[in-house]
Design a protein around this ligand. Structure first.
Ligand SMILES: Cc1ncc(COP(=O)(O)O)c(C=O)c1O
Length: 359
């Protein structure tokens, strides 16, 4: 049975498994904001059309400067990409023939891009999925002979947050032993900026932070992400990226999104409310639930051996969850669920209760 490597694209999922797709499907397998893009983007839409006629700014201005202002770094410390995914691809290419540490379970693109780049990947798997306790000494030992340590904070798929002092400890150690640290903060928008390590970038030379604008601002189809690092590293990477890598529409939309603080705050509140509701529900049904700072969480059934059965039961009833078959350390025995609005969540709860009645 071939499980897809990412969430979303549920039509292909039904086709792949040969399951008739119900008329109504709630896709809880991906993590894009269920509110969609901010209204300000929809209102600006007609004025965006002329943007398609001209080449975009090669250094992604004025978005780059606005991002720099909001994160209190220099514009030259920012590299804007066609989604964080593009930047991950180019970032990985720096490690051809070098060792990079991955902490599993985590976002699958790290391994894919590093493998494609010919990096030597050292994989450390966390055993306590629920708490996502990092084996600090083991990681530090691995750092002695590694060029880079990748960390995802909050982590995809668990949503777990790594404490800032733990991160700073890795960063300081990395400085000592010559190991870079990439912190992927693609989901940091869903929690408090105080957990971000962007402010450490000017203090230490080995830190790069990756950010995505596609999740919070519901613009996954547009593609927009950026990384922040030391100027020299940004310049080195910029030389490798295609000229005009970010299209003019994405730049203009990104600018509108960045200004919309109210949208961001509302999204966080709505997602938190749903998360609390789901957490209570799952715990009441005997599930293990990860403590998530993002707009999704992972849960494990009381009887984990029934996970596949439950996953397919949900699919047949129009509830698409994210399987964890390709997440090292989860062995398919957890499921990830995105906060995709109250109707989706209520339907999920109904389906789960029906399944419990029959099992
Ligand atoms: C942890 C993490 N980093 C990066 C990305 C890529 O984001 P983007 O849509 O900006 O390419 C994703 C997408 O799912 C993700 O989960």
């Amino acid at each position: 049975m071939q499980f897809p490597s990412h969430g979303a694209n549920y039509e292909a999922l039904y086709q792949n498994f040969g399951i008739n797709m119900p008329e109504q499907v709630f896709d809880l397998s991906e993590n894009v904001n269920f509110l969609g893009a901010p209204n300000a983007v929809k209102e600006a839409w007609p004025n965006l059309l002329p943007k398609i006629q001209a080449y975009p700014h090669p250094q992604a201005e004025p978005l780059r400067s606005l991002l720099a202002q909001s994160h209190q770094v220099k514009p030259t410390q920012i590299l804007v990409g066609n989604g964080a995914a593009e930047l991950l691809t180019f970032f990985a290419q720096r490690f051809a023939g070098k060792r990079v540490i991955l902490i599993h379970p985590t976002f699958s693109e790290y391994k894919m891009t590093l493998e494609a780049a010919g990096a030597d990947i050292e994989e450390i798997t966390i055993t306590d999925i629920k708490k996502y306790t990092l084996p600090i000494q083991q990681i530090k030992d691995a750092m002695n002979s590694a060029a880079c340590l990748y960390l995802c904070n909050p982590n995809n798929p668990t949503g777990s947050l790594i404490k800032r002092d733990v991160l700073e400890d890795f960063i300081t150690y990395g400085e000592e032993v010559g190991c870079e640290i990439l912190v992927d903060e693609a989901f940091m928008d869903w929690t408090d900026e105080e957990h971000s390590v962007i402010s450490l970038i000017n203090q230490y030379s080995n830190v790069t932070v990756m950010r995505s604008m596609t999740k919070m601002y519901g613009i996954a189809g547009v593609r927009l992400g950026y990384l922040i690092s030391r100027v020299q590293r940004v310049q080195e990477l910029a030389k490798k990226l295609p000229h005009w890598n970010v299209n003019a529409l994405a730049l203009a939309i990104g600018e509108i999104c960045l200004m919309d603080q109210t949208f961001r705050e509302e999204s966080i509140i709505k997602s938190r409310e749903l998360k609390e509701e789901i957490e209570d529900f799952l715990i009441n049904r005997g599930c293990e639930v990860t403590k998530s700072a993002a707009n999704f969480l992972c849960f494990q059934l009381k009887e984990p051996s029934k996970t596949r059965d439950f996953y397919f039961y949900c699919l047949k009833r129009g509830i698409v969850l994210r399987h964890t078959e390709n997440y090292l350390g989860m062995n398919g025995q957890w499921l990830r669920i995105g906060m995709k609005g109250s109707r989706a969540v209520e339907t999920f709860m109904k389906v789960m209760d029906e399944w419990h009645e029959q099992n």
